[in-house]
Design a protein. Structure first.
Length: 370
């Protein structure tokens, strides 16, 4: 099987890769020896890391992977680049030259789910860890996840807590808002700190059998790919386990605008997932869009409506702003953070971004219907 491997200068060339089901990688040298030496009671884990312009974060991610408590000779790492222009590719190439377990694949235009599929197909491990290059796993990440998967063959995926990282007041506000029920409702970022079966996790470790059963990630979904895949994994009869002892640290968006864009993309992706899987829909998915729609109507009524409509519109807009302000104040007190105004801005970015993205997705859906 041939894959595209990126060199230091961005050129591409074919490389024959191996598969556990077909034998060791051709011409792999030390890589083959390391992988074949993996102890039977430590199954191989294939770490797949899709990246795009992560030069600021990739070195730390690779250092933390190298420090995993799981045996190094039972780990292979594939970095799949999507066309980075910031030095990410040079960092990846140097890492691959220094560590025979690391390979670099990809090319311009390879998005995250397509990159995951490329990495999955090019590896041979019994388990596949999706590691985001914008963060890093804690030392026992792989060890704990594999232990749970080995202990329960009904599990298709195991994941854990996403621990947010940030520098400065804006990132702290974004962190507080995004990891609160007021910001995103009940979900993967606000789970109780107890082991439990869940609908989805972020940066999970998958049983290859489960990935094979559902056909891998959907490359048409550049955002929201985890939730959509995990939905199919559950539909195929596998469980998804959340273990709070497993931690992945993730850098929060640095500005309110970038947080807005992120959640606008999530809202757009949610519509695409629901179009593909109508049973995936939950009323909470529509709440931000409904809020944005109501605020839009209220704003129009305030500007051009008669006196009675302007009064109702003022109450609606004022009610939302008051709710945001009170929620931000409560979160600021709870987290001992002195900038409730920034938290309020972050909450609004989450709500408006997701709602606008959802409405945009619905509009696209209507336009595409015959």
């Amino acid at each position: 099987m041939s894959w595209i491997v990126i060199g230091r200068k961005g050129g591409t060339f074919p490389l024959d890769t191996g598969d556990e089901r077909r034998g060791a990688p051709a011409g792999a040298g030390p890589y083959t020896l390391a992988m074949s030496a993996a102890r039977p009671h430590h199954p191989t884990v294939s770490v797949v890391m899709p990246v795009l312009n992560e030069a600021a974060y990739l070195p730390t991610a690779l250092e933390r992977l190298a420090a995993q408590t799981y045996p190094a000779d039972a780990v292979e790492i594939v970095i799949v680049d999507g066309g980075s222009t910031d030095g990410t590719l040079d960092i990846a190439a140097r890492a691959a030259a220094a560590d025979s377990r690391i390979r670099v694949l990809g090319g311009p235009g390879v998005n995250c789910p397509a990159g995951m599929n490329l990495g999955i197909a090019a590896t041979r491990g019994r388990y596949v860890a999706k590691v985001d290059g914008h963060g890093y796993p804690e030392r026992e990440f792989l060890e704990r996840a594999v232990a749970r998967l080995e202990a329960d063959t009904t599990l298709g995926c195991v994941g854990g807590r996403i621990v947010p990282l940030g520098d400065g007041e804006v990132q702290e506000a974004n962190r507080i808002a995004r990891f609160s029920v007021l910001g995103v409702g009940r979900g993967v970022y606000t789970l109780d700190a107890r082991e439990q079966l869940v609908d989805t996790v972020q940066c999970g470790v998958y049983r290859r059998e489960a990935l094979d059963a559902v056909g891998g990630f959907d490359p048409a979904l550049q955002f929201g790919e985890d939730e959509e895949l995990n939905y199919r994994v559950r539909q195929a009869g596998f469980g998804i386990l959340f273990d709070p002892r497993i931690e992945f640290r993730y850098w929060i968006r640095p500005t309110v605008h970038s947080l807005f864009r992120q959640y606008r993309n999530y809202g757009l992706a949610r519509v695409r997932v629901v179009r593909k899987h109508p049973a995936f829909f939950s009323p909470k998915h529509a709440a931000p869009a409904a809020a944005v729609g109501a605020l839009g109507i209220a704003t129009a009524g305030l500007l051009v409506g008669p006196r009675a409509v302007r009064g109702i519109s003022t109450l609606a807009i004022g009610g939302y702003l008051a709710a945001i302000g009170l929620g931000a104040a409560w979160l600021a007190i709870r987290h001992r953070f002195g900038r409730p105004d920034l938290i309020a801005a972050s909450l609004a970015a989450l709500h408006l971004g997701y709602g606008i993205g959802t409405l945009r997705g619905l509009w696209q859906w209507l336009r595409e219907r015959p």
